[in-house]
Write a protein that binds this ligand. Structure first.
Ligand code: SD4
Length: 315
């Protein structure tokens, strides 16, 4: 048995690096995935997850997160939670409950408080400035408010063959108060079964949840597809279906990992992701849709430097 881990977007690189330390020492995939997601939640310059995440239309940071255990199929999630430091840890704790495993809003906050989770004002000055700027742009240019959204989603396999998956996001920038996307929804934003594999999604939650896409990818792997075939097929065929039925489809990207440590990526937009395994240090890849295939390559030094400049540039 070998360990492996895969996550959505460049932003999970440092978290995945921390997780590899746990996995390399024979640690548990639940601990590794939680550490990886927490690192993204804690970093103030990632503006779509945790601290520094962009607020909703009334400038409140409402966060969604989920955790799933692929051995027991235990699942826990929070939706629209405010003022707690690590939503993923609350979701993991909920996954150990028999009942009431998905809590939203003030109910989730009460649970987190009673169970000793750390409170934190998750709105940074920088996120507030971006919000104010966007409000001005929307009213001046009559723009659609809904853009700027990236979820961290990670699937992990440890040396004992235990698989887990977790997600965390501030959801769509400027979302309506109370709006919840696919990320905390079992089967949509994430799904994992240690006997098969796991998948996590990012993109427009309103579309991803219409296809229960993470579950679909795991189902396709179970039917015999390789992770790459499963992720690619699920994203392409569902994007096609939505185009035919609704005339349009939002951004959808999925990464997956099977229980042998093989991975795959499906996307209908340009998308970055990170992979590490016993055989390979954490690496950032870029994927692009290309006709009926997804092509990907390792991110160049120039791309990585431009990314760093972009996330640190003044608002
Ligand atoms: C949501 N799927 O709330 C999330 C946002 C996201 O890339 O992943 N965007 O809809």
């Amino acid at each position: 048995m070998k360990w492996a881990i895969i996550g959505t977007w460049r932003m999970c690189l440092e978290g995945i690096a921390a997780a590899t330390e746990i996995l390399g020492l024979g640690g548990d995939s639940g601990d590794a995935v939680e550490e990886a997601v927490k690192a993204v939640e804690d970093y103030p310059l990632y503006k779509s997850v945790g601290y520094g995440g962009l607020p909703n239309e009334i400038c409140q940071v409402e966060l969604d997160a989920a955790f799933m255990d692929g051995d027991t199929l235990s699942f826990g999630a929070v939706g629209g939670i405010q003022d707690f430091k690590n939503p993923v840890s609350i979701a993991r704790r909920l996954s150990r409950e028999r009942f009431n495993i998905f809590l939203v809003g003030s109910g989730a906050e009460d649970y987190a408080h009673k169970n000793g989770f750390e409170r934190k004002n998750m709105l940074t000055e920088r996120a507030k400035k971006i919000w104010e700027k966007r409000v001005r742009e929307i009213s001046e240019n009559n723009l659609s408010p809904y853009d700027g959204h990236d979820t961290v989603g990670i699937v992990c396999l440890d040396l004992k063959g235990h698989m887990t998956a977790a997600t965390s996001t501030s959801g769509l920038f400027m979302k309506k108060r109370g709006r919840i996307g696919d990320s905390p929804i079992c089967g949509s934003g994430l799904y994992v079964d240690s006997k098969i594999g796991g998948a996590v999604a990012t993109g427009l939650g309103e579309d991803i949840m219409k296809g229960c896409l993470s579950y679909e990818v795991v189902r396709l792997m179970e039917s015999g597809m390789s992770p790459q075939e499963a992720a690619q097929n699920a994203v392409y065929s569902f994007s096609e279906k939505l185009k035919q039925r609704r005339g349009k489809v939002g951004a959808i990207s999925i990464v997956c990992l099977n229980n042998m440590g093989e991975w795959g990526v499906g996307t209908n937009v340009e998308f970055s992701f990170v992979v590490a395994s016993q055989k390979s240090l954490p690496k950032v890849f870029l994927a692009h849709p290309h006709q009926d295939k997804v092509v990907y390559e390792e991110a160049s030094k120039e791309w990585l430097e431009a990314y760093q400049r972009r996330i640190t540039q003044p608002v």
